[in-house]
Write a protein that binds this ligand. Structure first.
Ligand code: MET
Ligand SMILES: [Zn+2]
Ligand SMILES: [Zn+2]
Length: 418
């Protein structure tokens, strides 16, 4: 049969059955073009304003930078003096190569299997709607909890978070939230298990400038920029190969446990027959929290010194905090989280997040944060073509958050909280 292309109802997976309103809301949110480089944040704000009215919960808008608004929806607890639970999600999504997609990446098409296609279906518009729907259900059931629950909806995560969470975390309005524990995004898991992230690799984005002697393209000029560039590239890519080897030969390592290095840009030169006075190369590096960052930078310095005279580097991104969140049974937040999952017969795999999320700013502020997107039995398709999530997996995730909030928002007050 034909996929359901034009409306929130129907779809082969649930043929003849009216679509769950939560799924319809998810599909509606996927259709908002909050896509870089010019995200329609106004559309997201309008959507969230409606949600706040539907839920009957107050909303606060904090413009952290011009045109960049963080939205907070709050469900105040019965003991608002104790620390709150923060459910964070970003509203922006990465661009698409539409020609590689089966369907319009912003049409939220649901196919015969109930798979919902759209940019953001995994990263992370699903999670946003799951948080909202879990709150809606708990409210409708007349529940109240001691701890306040805040939902934060932040812009610009996908471009580094500078005009989003990085600024918000230092804003007085963030302090006022009195956060004790945060949930943020994770990754899908193709198996029955769910992956949870207790830390992240540190993103370092570096550009290395290689100066050299210019001259005529027909000569053997000494000390050229290209020769230095080649040595730099060799050092970085040799290290890349050794880290890949370490990952490939280890039984227990995941991507989050080794350093990745990728050469992502090269620049320089003006003409075929002019030896350039300088050439630049850029790398995206992701460094596990167990690596000594000072020593790692010394290694980079050594590679530059070995490659020739006058080589300089600068960072476009150099995250230095290496906090991880406790996953000890004695930790009340982890205990609440993991015991709830266990009670639901969910298998958890604890890992270091291989990329970066806004959780890194939360952890850097000294707060515990767990990265978790309840998507098991799902291929990892974030930032990829044909990103999708099955509606059954999506709906099950709402129940997971419902149960998680029951316990997290009821964690007993800790020493010093009251
Ligand atoms: C390093 S900024 C974060 C952007 C994106 N989430 C990434 O990991 O690449
Ligand atoms: Zn994301
Ligand atoms: Zn992303």
């Amino acid at each position: 049969m034909l996929p359901d292309q034009d409306g929130p109802s129907g779809g082969g997976g649930t043929q003849g059955v009216k679509e769950d309103p939560a799924v319809s809301l998810f599909r509606e949110y996927l259709q908002l073009k909050t896509v870089h480089p010019e995200p329609d944040y106004d559309a997201a704000l309008k959507f969230l304003t409606r949600i706040s009215e539907e839920l009957g919960l107050p909303m606060k808008k904090i413009e952290v930078c011009p045109g960049r608004v963080v939205t907070i929806i709050t469900w105040t607890g019965t003991n608002p003096a104790v620390k709150s639970v923060l459910l964070n999600s970003h509203t922006d999504v990465v661009p698409v190569y539409q020609e590689h997609w089966k369907y319009d990446a912003f049409a939220a098409v649901k196919d015969a299997e109930g798979n919902i296609y759209g940019r953001g279906s995994q990263d992370m518009k699903s999670v946003t709607i799951q948080y909202i729907e879990a709150i809606r259900r708990l409210k409708a059931a007349g529940k109240r909890f001691p701890r306040t629950i805040h939902l934060s909806f932040v812009p610009d995560e996908e471009v580094g978070g500078h005009k989003g969470m990085e600024t918000f975390i230092n804003h007085p309005e963030f302090q006022k939230l009195n956060v004790g524990f945060a949930l943020d995004e994770g990754l899908a898991n193709p198996t029955e298990a769910f992956t949870v992230f207790y830390g992240e690799r540190n993103p370092w984005w570096i550009t290395i400038r290689c100066p050299g002697s210019p001259g005529h393209g027909s000569r053997f000029v000494e000390n050229t920029a290209a020769e230095k560039l080649r040595r730099i590239i060799n050092s970085f890519l040799d290290f890349r190969a050794s880290e890949k080897q370490r990952l490939d030969t280890s039984e227990c390592f995941t991507l989050g446990d080794v350093t990745t290095v990728n050469m992502t840009m090269v620049n320089g030169g003006v003409a075929y027959n002019v030896i350039p006075a300088e050439m630049d190369v850029s790398f995206d590096m992701r460094i596990p929290p167990t690596v000594n960052l000072q020593e790692f930078e010394e290694q980079i310095k050594a590679w530059c010194a070995e490659a020739g005279e006058g080589i300089t580097y600068k960072f476009a991104q150099k995250f230095m905090h290496q906090n991880t969140t406790s996953t000890e049974d004695s930790d009340p937040w982890w205990n609440a989280f993991s015991s709830t999952c266990k009670a639901m017969n969910m298998t958890l795999q604890k890992e270091i997040f291989p990329a970066a999320t806004d959780s890194r700013f939360i952890r850097a502020a000294g707060l515990p944060a767990i990265g978790f997107s309840p998507m098991n039995c799902t291929p990892i398709l974030l930032h990829d073509h044909n990103e999708f999530l099955n509606e059954g997996v999506f709906l099950r995730g709402i129940t997971v958050y419902e149960r998680l909030l029951l316990t997290l928002a009821s964690v007993a007050p800790q020493k010093g909280e009251e």
